[in-house]
Design a protein around this ligand. Structure first.
Ligand code: NAG
Ligand code: NAG
Length: 232
């Protein structure tokens, strides 16, 4: 091969290596920040850095611990955990949940419902909210959950009333709950007509039953549905 062609080829391969390296560096630098600290069941579209917000959480563990200790020992906290426990025991009696149920709580707030389910004996409870409250609640947008399809046995929300886009919110709940699992929402107390309105948001679940419950001092209607295959 002629010498100048050889030199030219060498230059091209150096260039290729440089470009590849730069690309790698750029990809590394511009990886999106993590969505949540939750690792299992993560949607591949949301790639978390194992180190970052979770590590930060560890750094602040003592402060979090103290803060939580104060919060969790208040009467208000205890009362609201207990009011969730009452309705979850209902679900237990109705055989909708057991200790082995993988539960998702949407719009989990400070984590009262999460704590309640854990106290009842569930081993795997995931709580998400727009603002995280470690260690009970991770950050995620309820309209765009970072979980694979059908990974939970129970999807629960007591805040559908406050959802910005209720149909999208319900769609995400249904998407992440397995066929045969239950999706339960508590809404402002309503008559049968109101229940029908809420059920219109459900495209992949069939109505199981409605019950009036008291949650944190407010009368609410709990609507229980069972996840079925999509109706196309
Ligand atoms: C579920 O867990 C609770 C609390 O840990 C325990 O008391 C109860 O016996 C468990 N139930 C079953 C059926 O294992
Ligand atoms: C819940 O209460 C409302 C009135 O407050 C009533 O109309 C409705 O039938 C009740 N629903 C159930 C399931 O008991």
């Amino acid at each position: 091969m002629e010498k100048h062609i050889q030199t030219f080829l060498n230059k091209i391969s150096y260039l290729a290596i440089t470009i590849a390296t730069l690309t790698l560096i750029l990809v590394f630098l511009f990886q999106p920040p993590p969505e949540t600290c939750i690792n299992p069941k993560l949607n591949p579209n949301h790639k978390p850095h194992p180190k970052s917000s979770c590590d930060a959480a560890h750094r602040h563990l003592t402060t979090i611990h103290n803060k939580n200790h104060r919060l969790w020992s208040t009467n208000t906290w205890r009362k609201s955990v207990d009011s969730f426990s009452a309705i979850f025991r209902d679900l237990q009696t109705l055989k909708h949940i057991s200790n082995l149920t993988h539960a998702l709580i949407l719009s989990a707030g400070g984590g009262q419902a999460v704590m309640s389910l854990k106290e009842i004996g569930l081993h795997d409870v995931t709580g998400v909210e727009l603002v995280d409250s470690p260690p009970l609640v991770s950050r995620a947008d309820p309209h765009n959950l970072p979980f694979f399809d059908r990974v939970f046995d129970l999807g629960f929300s007591a805040n559908l009333d406050q959802a910005l886009f209720p149909s999208r919110y319900v769609r995400e709940l249904e998407r992440t709950v397995r066929v045969g699992g239950v999706v339960v929402v508590c809404v402002e107390v309503c008559e049968n007509g109101g229940v029908m309105e809420v059920l219109k948001l459900f495209r992949r679940s069939e109505f199981s039953q409605a019950r009036n419950v008291t949650l944190m001092g407010s009368k609410m209607t709990m609507i229980i549905t069972r996840r079925i295959e999509s109706i196309s």
